[in-house]
Design a protein around this ligand. Structure first.
Ligand SMILES: [Zn+2]
Length: 186
């Protein structure tokens, strides 16, 4: 995770840092190596959120588009189940930045947990994802309201097979456009 608590403040990981996890109050230690982006890691145990992904540059770049106080927000369902949303806006909308593969069962469980969810998906992970996705847009283009809209088949690309049944809006990030030009919340 990106932020942990030192002296009552949420702070980013720094070399030699020790802090408290704001969700489970466990001890976390800073990991500031060269292979992974700087982050906090639970000492001697897995992350207290079983849904947590390894933090990447990509995650942090996306989270940093939003105010710190919206990032990594604990979210408790009525059942008492608790997870950490990547971003939760003031209006309660949850944004999840998904870098690694996610099974259909995992995707559905997150969509049931976060009632107002938007997915941002790292869409350039597999070799052919980008090529196949854009090839599938060769069908007729409809312009509905202000958004160009295509009718496409889920079987045309692996990305659509993975995400086409999602009940939440899904945005694919192909890593080609500066983030600030795509989506900006104020
Ligand atoms: Zn924790």
């Amino acid at each position: 995770m990106r932020y942990a608590v030192v002296g009552g403040q949420r702070v980013g990981a720094y070399v030699g840092g020790r802090a408290t996890c704001p969700y489970c109050n466990g001890e976390v230690i800073a990991k500031c190596g060269t292979h992974r982006v700087a982050h906090w890691s639970h000492r001697g145990m897995r992350d207290c959120d079983t849904w947590a992904e390894n933090e990447t540059d990509w995650h942090q770049a996306w989270k940093n588009r939003f105010p710190i106080e919206w990032q990594e927000i604990g979210y408790t369902a009525q059942s008492g189940e608790r997870h950490r949303a990547d971003v939760k806006t003031q209006s309660g909308l949850v944004l999840e930045f998904q870098y690694s593969a996610l099974s259909e069962a995992e995707r559905i469980s997150r969509e049931q947990f976060y009632t107002r969810l938007v997915w941002i998906v790292h869409a350039d992970r597999r070799l052919r994802d980008r090529k196949n996705f854009f090839a599938s847009l060769s069908g007729p283009l409809h312009v509905a309201s202000r958004l160009p809209t295509f009718t496409i088949h889920r079987d045309d690309s692996a990305l659509l097979r993975d995400w086409g049944r999602s009940r939440a809006p899904v945005y694919f990030d192909f890593g080609e456009t500066k983030l600030g030009r795509v989506l900006k919340f104020v």
